[in-house]
Design a binder for this molecule. Structure first.
Ligand SMILES: *Cc1c(COP(=O)(O)O)cnc(C)c1O
Length: 339
């Protein structure tokens, strides 16, 4: 049986044998008492890498973003986020559900940023008619796009002018940093909090880290317990996170090269529309201009290649997809359209 090539998301990665060994051997303790040495080590490592004072190991990116909202905002406060931002669109409205926090969505710009002028226009005056605008949430990468480095100091200045906090949903922050060739703290130094997913391209099975100053992380730690996220001997999971941060960052360049290679291969198929030059990191978007996407999905499935059908396909590369796998995927896309 040939290897399965799952292009739906980088969340599908499975822990490698070496990562599993690190998990098995992890020293553990009760993390709710802050006594799990491996969780503590992961939190120190994440804080160090992000240049923040503190970090918190959380169960998922969704939980990290939720704790950031709850820690920055109170009932009747508001956060500004992208219309298609994960923290607004894809997290069940958690800020509103648990915190009485109102979102103010704005369209993302084509480069994945939020336009500073539109943010400024959306900030509510201090008046009892309005929610209190407290926070701006950015996303990097945003649909695979890397936010320009120069954007962050501009947003920091804007936030300071209006006494807003800045949170980054950095689910794929390391993809952005590797693409730019900078350490992540070149980006995070402009932020109040950042959430980083360990369970995507970095290859850990579970978990995210939320980083920020001591005060905000102390608040988040409290909310994490309230949300049922106090995980006891979580060092077994944190060990995978440490392994991911130490061993799986530099290799992200391979995922980016594979995404580009896949786009180049698919660009040669008349029925598909994709511009390889637009592929920045590990994600590409392909329009199926002719043919039935559901049939395409079925054909590929039969060949051990997994996609999610749609008029526009989102394809994601990750550490369980090899260069040979990309070649096989391109051949099977071609075979489908030749029938
Ligand atoms: C995956 C993802 C998250 C968090 O997802 P979880 O599945 O909850 O870990 C947050 N933001 C973005 C942009 C994501 O892609």
């Amino acid at each position: 049986m040939e290897e399965i090539i799952d292009l739906r998301s980088d969340t599908v990665t499975r822990p490698s044998a070496a990562m599993r060994r690190a998990m098995v051997e992890a020293e553990v303790g009760d993390d709710v008492y802050a006594e799990d040495p491996t969780v503590n080590r992961l939190e120190r490592l994440a804080a160090e890498l992000s240049g923040m004072e503190a970090a918190l190991f959380v169960s998922s990116g969704t939980q990290g973003n939720l704790l950031a909202l709850l820690s920055h905002c109170g009932r009747g406060d508001e956060y500004i986020a992208g219309q298609t931002a994960h923290c607004y669109r894809w997290e069940g409205g958690g800020g509103a559900v648990f915190g009485g926090i109102q979102p103010q969505p704005l369209e993302f710009e084509p480069d994945g940023t939020l336009d500073p002028d539109r943010i400024e226009a959306a900030i509510k005056p201090d008046d009892c008619h309005y929610a209190r605008t407290r926070l701006v949430c950015l996303e990097n990468t945003q649909a695979g796009k890397v936010l320009p480095l120069g954007y962050f100091p501009r947003l920091r200045a804007l936030a300071d002018r209006h006494r807003l906090r800045l949170h980054l949903d950095g689910a794929r922050l390391f993809n952005a940093a590797v693409k730019l060739g900078v350490p992540v703290d070149a980006i995070t130094c402009h932020l109040d909090t950042v959430n980083i997913c360990l369970s995507k391209g970095l290859g850990a099975p579970v978990g995210s880290v939320l980083c920020g100053d001591r005060e905000v992380i102390a608040a988040a730690r409290r909310w994490r317990k309230v949300a049922g996220g106090g995980m006891r001997q979580a060092g077994i999971l944190a060990a995978a996170g440490i392994f991911a941060l130490e061993r799986n960052v530099a290799r992200l360049v391979d995922d980016h090269a594979h995404a580009r290679l896949l786009a180049e291969g698919l660009a040669g198929i008349d029925e598909l529309e994709v511009d390889p030059a637009e592929v920045q990191t590990n994600m590409l978007f392909v329009t199926v201009a002719k043919g039935d996407p559901a049939e395409l999905e079925r054909h590929l499935q039969g060949q051990g290649i997994i996609i999610r059908a749609g008029r526009t396909l989102r394809l994601v590369t990750h550490l369980d997809v090899t260069e040979q796998g990309i070649g096989r995927a391109v051949r099977e896309f071609k075979a489908f359209f030749r029938r």
